[in-house]
Design a protein around this ligand. Sequence first.
Ligand SMILES: Cc1cc2nc3c(=O)[nH]c(=O)nc-3n(C[C@H](O)[C@H](O)[C@H](O)COP(=O)(O)OP(=O)(O)OC[C@H]3O[C@@H](n4cnc5c(N)ncnc54)[C@H](O)[C@@H]3O)c2cc1C
Length: 380
Amino acid sequence: MDFELNETQLLIQKTARDFVERTLLPVAAELDKTERFPRAELQALADLGMMGVNLPTALGGAEAGVVSYSLAMSEVARGCASTAVTMAVTNMVGEVINAFGTDAQREAHIPKLTSGEYAAGSFALSEPEAGSDPGSMRTVARRDGDSFVLDGPKQWITSGSHAGVFVVWARTGELSAGTKAISCFLVEGGADGLRIGKHEDKLGLRASNTVSLSFEGVRVPASALLGEMNGGFKIAMMALDGGRIGISCQAIGIARACIEESVAYAKDRKQFDKAIAEFQGIQWKLADMQTELDAAHLLAMRAAWLKEQSRVFSREASMAKVFATETANRIANKAVQIHGGYGYIREFAAERHLRDARVTTIYEGTSEVQRIVIARSVLS
Ligand SMILES: Cc1cc2nc3c(=O)[nH]c(=O)nc-3n(C[C@H](O)[C@H](O)[C@H](O)COP(=O)(O)OP(=O)(O)OC[C@H]3O[C@@H](n4cnc5c(N)ncnc54)[C@H](O)[C@@H]3O)c2cc1C
């Protein structure tokens, strides 16, 4: 067994880390406060190959693999979790198109995602009435000659106001057919009839863009079908398996930032004539935080490695996601506790990390949904 990173993985990790130190950390608090969409920062990440870490170089990607992507994701999330989720969804959209698209679809969209010409890609699965149960979606795609016409609502769409391309799921048969009558489509940003709803006012990830969408007679050519007719649900599940590794690493990055800030603060802050780091009550918190973080990292790396080997990784991705995201929440809470009252105000980053960590147990499948996936596998 080899725990060492190879040269490519080390290079990607260092590239992301340097970018975070130089460019992202100095603006992260401002991004959170002003809710500025990090367009320039995303472009800089694209220039570094971070919008297609696991995509072929022929399409502008870095072709550096899933482990490299996961390392990059946790580095970027350490700097700014909002930028990280935007990067995560864009990479996921590129990977879905690469895995299931035709050559024409790949060539039309992936170079624009990897180069930053598209500010982002969006993944439009959830609906107001269909979250954990996307098989109950209502958005429909009706065949009309050489086109499909899409109608219906989508909810919580990351980067929806900025995306150059949306991967959209819609019902292509009776509701009673459930997941067997769902297909997947590529819809370009700015398509006629695609209405962008209001930007959600969120607890955390405030610089990421989250909107509802309304498809009102959006006409796309038949060539916009991604994968097979009525084969869309499988695409969604496979994409989410991979996406869950990305969100694990987002949570790991947030947790790392919490530990780094807690250590610095605990060494600096004095009470009872001592640095609080000298108190065993603080030391044990830091010990637990670091141990849980390492365990989360190892689970995420195992899932990433399995995916990179083209092995089955669904159970491992869910295990990594549920553990890493719940760990990040525990760690962020402890970081606030270590900061005392200063952890509760905006001047210190611990407060932002706690807000940013919260959503990670909710999106790309809640913790409850991950436990369903894991339990099914354990019981089978
Ligand atoms: C900031 C943000 C960004 C997002 N970005 C995207 C995006 O880009 N694209 C996209 O498609 N979606 C996105 N989502 C949607 C996200 O994936 C959903 O919110 C999530 O899947 C949960 O769905 P829901 O909110 O409808 O909750 P519900 O499914 O209504 O769940 C409510 C509660 O019930 C629990 N529950 C549901 N079913 C079960 C069950 N069978 N057993 C036990 N408990 C259960 C859930 O775990 C949860 O605790 C985003 C969400 C947020 C908040």
